[in-house]
Design a protein around this ligand. Structure first.
Ligand SMILES: Cc1cc2nc3c(=O)[nH]c(=O)nc-3n(C[C@H](O)[C@H](O)[C@H](O)COP(=O)(O)OP(=O)(O)OC[C@H]3O[C@@H](n4cnc5c(N)ncnc54)[C@H](O)[C@@H]3O)c2cc1C
Length: 439
């Protein structure tokens, strides 16, 4: 298949979300603003984590500056799949065996609380982000995966009280694909337009008095007797406190964190607009969709229901986005053969970060605060842990959380190698390959 056949004439190598949030007459991004000489708190990274922390600090009376190497908000927070829930890389059933039911329940209850807080903030503060509480269908691509899914979600329904619909193969009408051996619907899950969500979070931080400056990479942080010197290519800022909110974009600026995070590339495409018949036939219930393979595909329709937004190829080393587009198109037509011939309008990539024990972290190292390692669940977790870090800087009583646990384990060097990550992910693709259901 040649390029001409799968890429629309207006194909763009950028997130659909950012383009859609900007609108057709948006002004170009503004240039970098001037830097103050001194602030109370400097935050590195203007995504969901940095913006949420900045709002909390500014509200608490701290003179707060957020610096971003690129356009503020346009890291993973604008590039993700838009799923809002209480996902974890941990299976509840496995965690119960490993750490006991009480500890596993405490972890999942905090996750659930984080989702509720996020939904409440979006509603109460009218954050315009196409929020829809539309549930999430998790499909199984092999009989083994379905059996595992049933065990997991039966336990979650029984012990955690989650509202789950079990959909066996014979009743699978959630997706117009014959590939799934059944699945579950997690009813109380939602979707958001991520670029609009993080812009809303930026706006509220700025309204509270925080200053957010883009195109300003932090190149060094030096500890002084009375705080820190934050070095950038555009000058030095003195700060009493520093917070790191760089998640998947963490660099040698903070080597201690680099040694503890597994950075992961993730990819998405958006199709050209399709007919209502076609979108309605593939994803009739307009939910969020994913599967439980270790390297899964995830998808939803755009808020206007015209395009399919489809992700996968996680852990693939950066190749050209057209090449990624071809791979994702293959994955897409494996699930929905009727999409053969539908062209791609957008392809993009973003960086996530996992921790070695799959627990996100908030904490302090050598006087520097951090919140990161969200393992693909940063839409709710990023703001939550950003606020926890801010509360600690403010000396507030409620800074405690399951996620300030220690130790923060070292991630072996091989786990941080893009080459080995790609090999591991290719192995997962093979080991979890779909099994066609019996006709
Ligand atoms: C394709 C994809 C799909 C995903 N799907 C979901 C999903 O459906 N649901 C969900 O909950 N999560 C999802 N995630 C994860 C989620 O997007 C992230 O966990 C979350 O956005 C992290 O927010 P953040 O603010 O911590 O980091 P980011 O938004 O990535 O921001 C970090 C910022 O730090 C800046 N930075 C780095 N170094 C420096 C420096 N030296 N100086 C200045 N600035 C610096 C970067 O420029 C960047 O803007 C997905 C991620 C990807 C990529």
């Amino acid at each position: 298949m040649n390029d001409g056949s799968i890429f629309a004439p207006d194909f763009k190598e950028m997130p659909y979300w950012i383009d859609a949030a900007r609108g057709p007459n948006a002004p170009p991004p503004s240039g970098p603003a001037s830097l103050p000489a001194k602030v109370d708190v400097a935050i590195v990274g203007a995504g969901l984590t940095g913006c949420a922390a900045a709002h909390e600090l500014a509200k608490g009376g701290r003179d707060t500056l957020v610096l971003d190497a690129n356009e503020p908000t346009e890291g993973a927070s604008s590039r993700n799949a838009g799923m809002l829930g209480w996902h974890s890389k941990h299976y509840f059933t496995e965690l119960c065996e490993k750490v006991g039911v009480d500890e596993a329940t405490r972890f999942f209850r905090e996750l659930r609380g984080i989702y509720d807080i996020t939904v409440k903030r979006i509603h109460d503060e009218k954050i315009d982000c196409d929020f829809r509480r539309n549930g999430r269908f998790l499909g199984a691509l092999t009989p083994k995966h379905y059996a595992r899914m049933r065990r997991e979600y039966e336990a979650r329904a029984r012990i955690l009280g989650e509202e789950i619909d079990f959909i066996p193969y014979s009743q699978q009408v959630e997706m117009g694909s014959k590939r799934y051996h059944g699945g579950v619907v997690v009813r109380d899950n939602a979707s958001i337009q991520p670029a609009k969500h993080v812009r809303g979070m930026r706006r509220r931080a700025e309204n509270a008095g925080a200053k957010i400056v883009g195109q300003t990479r932090v190149t060094a942080i030096r500890r002084e007797s009375d705080g820190f010197e934050v070095h950038t290519a555009r000058g030095v800022v003195k700060a009493r406190d520093v917070m790191i909110a760089t998640n998947g974009y963490t660099t040698a600026l903070t080597p201690w964190l680099v040694d503890r995070l597994v950075p992961i590339n993730a990819y998405m495409v958006a199709t050209e607009p399709m007919s209502e018949n076609l979108t309605g036939s593939i994803l009739p219930n307009h939910r969020m969709y994913a599967d439980n393979r270790r390297r899964s595909n995830y998808m939803q329709l755009s808020p206007d229901r015209k395009r399919l937004l489809f992700g996968g190829q996680v852990g693939q080393r950066p190749v050209s986005l057209r090449d990624i587009g071809r791979r994702l198109q293959r994955d897409m037509t494996m699930l929905f053969p009727e999409l053969e011939g539908v062209k791609l309008s957008y392809a993009w990539t973003g960086r996530c970060a996992a921790t070695w024990d799959y627990y996100p972290r908030v904490g302090v190292h050598e006087g520097m605060h951090y919140a990161l390692g969200y393992c693909f669940s940063g839409n709710a977790m990023g703001p939550y842990l950003g606020i926890k870090a801010a509360r600690r800087i403010l000396g507030a009583a409620d800074a405690d959380t399951f996620f300030n646990r220690t130790p923060f384990p070292y991630a072996p060097r091989y786990a941080r190698s893009e080459r080995l990550m790609e090999i591991l992910m290719s192995y997962y693709t093979w080991a979890d390959r779909p099994v066609a259901p019996a006709a």
